[in-house]
Design a protein around this ligand. Structure first.
Ligand code: TXA
Ligand code: MG
Length: 322
């Protein structure tokens, strides 16, 4: 059984942090809170520990992990060269929900980067995550703490449900609900022109305001743009339907006429921050609710909604693109 600690999100519990850090240093896995989603963390420089992350999640080895650091100095231990664009973006958005893909240092194990020459690095904006990284004294590889292709966790109870009885997960640090709610924006800054590999709450206009025009982003089509970007991801068991606001009444009526019960996501969430914060928890809860289907409001195709749209489209995708 994984040990569950509780900590205040702003004032980390020193005893809990030190126990979690000790376990991480000794090669064990610990689920940690971040501002985006809970992560399943291990020492990024310990190949065997990272291998265990892949095994526990059922994650294909072709999908590289994000390495979490506490400072710009730590960053230099994992990335071998830091472009001007990367430096400016770190200044503007770190700590925060932006992962930067950069050339890797040779000592970062192949398993972390799926044998690729680059590594994704981020500095989370969460006091507990940062305290754990600092105390562990090593960078932490941490994918979202869910089984591969299941809904990402934004509350400790989501992680507990998935992994509590897995001996390989030594502990789960409960610091309450995540404030951002969807995973970080992943930006490739290893080439001449930065490119968004996964949209998030650090949006394209926010990035362009710092570094100028970046490469075009494409919506998920089933073709992987980043090694791990399968179309089907974050999905509930209950069928999920994405509905435009204008079609809502018609769709709901059709479902009712067919005698079907539906759960609703997003109808009263009018701003992206609010939708992102509540999305995964709503999917977790509705998926347990025994509905015939889940309807989610599909927000407009605007940059500030790109992250939410991306997660919704992946969650609703019917076929696995592997
Ligand atoms: O907000 C987040 O980023 C959360 C929290 C825990 O920090 N982590 C997270 O990790 O979402 P994960 O493993 O669920 O997603 C990592 C994404 C994948 O889509 C992966 O393909 C991409 O980052 N990625 C990682 N390393 C990469 C690399 N070197 N090149 C391109 N894409 C990379
Ligand atoms: Mg994930």
């Amino acid at each position: 059984m994984a040990h569950v600690w509780k900590s205040d999100p702003v004032n980390p519990d020193p005893e809990a942090v030190s126990q979690a850090a000790e376990l991480l240093r000794s090669g064990r896995l610990v689920a940690i809170p971040t501002e985006t989603v809970y992560g399943l963390a291990a020492n990024a420089l310990d190949e065997f520990a990272v291998q265990t992350i892949f095994a526990v999640k059922g994650r294909p080895s072709t999908n590289p992990l994000i390495v979490h650091v506490e400072s710009e100095d730590d960053m230099k231990r994992v990335a071998s060269s830091i472009s001007d664009a990367a430096r400016m973006l770190m200044q503007a958005f770190w700590p925060g929900p932006l992962s930067l893909v950069l050339p890797k240092q040779p000592h970062v194990p192949q398993i972390v980067t799926a044998s690729g020459p680059t590594v994704a690095v981020r500095c989370p904006n969460h006091a507990v995550a940062r305290a754990i990284i600092r105390m562990a004294g090593v960078p932490l590889a941490a994918p979202s703490a869910n089984r591969s292709n299941e809904i990402s966790p934004t509350k400790a109870e989501h992680v507990v449900r998935a992994f509590e009885s897995d001996e390989r997960v030594a502990g789960i640090m409960d610091a309450g609900p995540c404030q951002v709610g969807i995973e970080s924006t992943v930006l490739d800054v290893s080439g001449a022109v930065p490119k968004i590999l996964r949209p998030g709450m650090i949006t394209r206009p926010m990035i362009e305001a710092v570094v100028g025009p970046i490469a075009d982003e494409v919506e998920p089509s089933g073709i992987a743009k980043s090694p791990g970007m399968m179309a089907r991801h974050y999905c509930p068991q209950t069928p999920l339907f994405l509905v435009h606001q204008a079609d809502f009444h018609k769709e709901l009526q059709l479902a009712q006429e067919a005698g079907q019960s539906v759960g609703l996501v997003g109808w009263d969430w009018t701003v992206p921050d609010q939708y992102a914060r509540g999305l995964f928890d709503a999917l977790h809860r509705l998926d347990q609710g025994g509905f015939d289907g889940i309807f989610a409001w599909l927000p407009p195709e605007e940059p500030q909604w790109a992250g939410v749209r991306d997660r919704l489209m992946r969650a609703a995708a019917k076929t696995k693109a592997e």
